[in-house]
Ligand binder design. Structure first.
Ligand SMILES: [Zn+2]
Length: 394
């Protein structure tokens, strides 16, 4: 807990964070949590995910704290385990159709079981009930998947073994009638099923998504694009944005890593859309990976060493200039009704970048994509209502 807290405090002032899902209130472990909150899935997965693990590794290097790697290891393994046991799609399903992946997953679960068995919790090295629970869960899932695959099933989605839905339906039935007879169960089951389709269930654990934001979405767009008189826009000096050396060291080391990572994500999304070509990518990437410490986060989040894009130094300088423009203007932009995209675009497009290939107007595309990405990641998400937290049915 202390390692995660240190990480969050370390990058608390950064605009782009490595551990984007954690806020300072998430690491205030002195707050009392009620027992229902402790059981909720979302409250655990915000700490136990690959992103936090990679961020901890970078933090451990930047602050020279090797002991943090232990926490990173623990989080990484629990996150991987959680990903496997909650698999709900073909990408993560257990299947013998790809023997190498299947063997690796089964091997991981076996190793994980031993790891939890040998874990010593706290200074007094207690054995905790959650250890037994995790071992039992892993063990039964290993046996169940073997049972089904042996009988000719192509895929096994481990998330489907969850008992939450059964538990929920029983609790609904018992709420209607404490000790129902068979006929009452049958009748009430019908009523409950229809009731759930008709309206939102009080005190349910599932998140209800009315997609309200889609209603009058175009109106919202129009209000957002109402222009303000030119005179109310402050003059912004962009003089030094494209000065290469000027941007190195402007950001905290962790933020530099985040910018580097985000740049790769932006380029990947452009490449996937087919709007830029291999030549474009070649002009922004670093084949020899000479960017050193800037690429730490990217390399830790890269699960096989080839999945992510490693940009070159010139491209990093370009992106850090974009981030600087964004960070300096976002507070102002939030106070006015104005076409934010155009405003940012006009500033960012002036940043010089001579190294980009000229074939696909890549600078323009990067700027547009970056603005969308940054506006999305900087907008404050509405707080989830506490009672909707289990994701077990999705
Ligand atoms: Zn191109």
């Amino acid at each position: 807990m202390m390692h995660i807290r240190d990480l969050v405090l370390y990058e608390a002032s950064s605009g782009l964070k490595m551990a984007t899902g954690l806020t300072t209130s998430d690491v205030d472990f002195s707050r009392l949590q009620n027992n229902f909150d402790k059981m909720k899935v979302g409250n655990s997965t915000k700490y136990f995910n690959h992103q936090v693990a990679a961020a901890l590794k970078v933090y451990s290097i930047q602050m020279n704290r090797p002991e943090v790697l232990t926490t990173a290891f623990f989080i990484e393994n629990v996150a991987e385990w959680f990903k496997i046991v909650t698999s709900r799609n073909l990408q993560t399903a257990l299947s013998r159709k790809s023997p190498a992946d299947y063997d690796r997953t089964v091997q991981f679960l076996n190793t994980f079981r031993c790891f939890i068995f040998r874990c010593k919790v706290g200074e007094k090295a207690y054995w905790k009930p959650w250890q037994a629970a995790m071992i039992m869960a892993t063990d039964s899932l290993l046996r169940l998947q073997r049972y089904f695959l042996d009988r000719g099933y192509d895929f096994v989605l481990l998330a489907r073994f969850t008992q939450d839905c059964v538990e929920n339906i029983f609790s609904q039935l018992r709420a209607k009638c404490k000790t129902p007879r068979a006929l009452q169960v049958k009748d009430n089951l019908k009523l409950i099923t229809i009731g759930q389709i008709m309206e939102e269930v009080a005190n349910s654990s599932y998140s209800y998504d009315p997609k309200e934001w889609l209603v009058s979405f175009s109106d919202k767009l129009n209000t957002a694009r109402t222009t303000v008189p030119e005179s109310t826009i402050p003059t912004v000096h962009i003089g030094n944005y494209w000065n290469a050396t000027n941007n190195i060291g402007t950001f905290q080391a962790s933020e530099e890593n985040s910018i580097y990572y985000v740049a790769g994500v932006v380029l990947r999304s452009l490449l996937n859309r087919g709007t830029i070509c291999d030549q474009c990518i070649k002009s922004c990437t670093d084949g020899n990976r000479n960017t050193g410490d800037l690429a730490l986060l990217t390399s830790f989040r890269d699960y096989n060493g080839n999945a992510l894009i490693y940009i070159n130094l010139e491209t990093y300088v370009f992106f850090s200039a974009l981030e600087k423009i964004f960070a300096q203007n976002i507070v102002f932009l939030q106070t006015i009704k104005y076409d934010v995209n155009t405003f940012l675009y006009n500033l960012m497009i002036k940043v010089e970048a001579k190294h980009f290939a000229s074939c696909h107007n890549i600078k323009d595309k990067i700027v547009n994509r970056f603005i969308i990405f940054r506006l999305r990641s900087s907008s404050t998400k509405p707080a989830r209502e506490k009672r909707y937290d289990s994701k077990s049915m999705f």
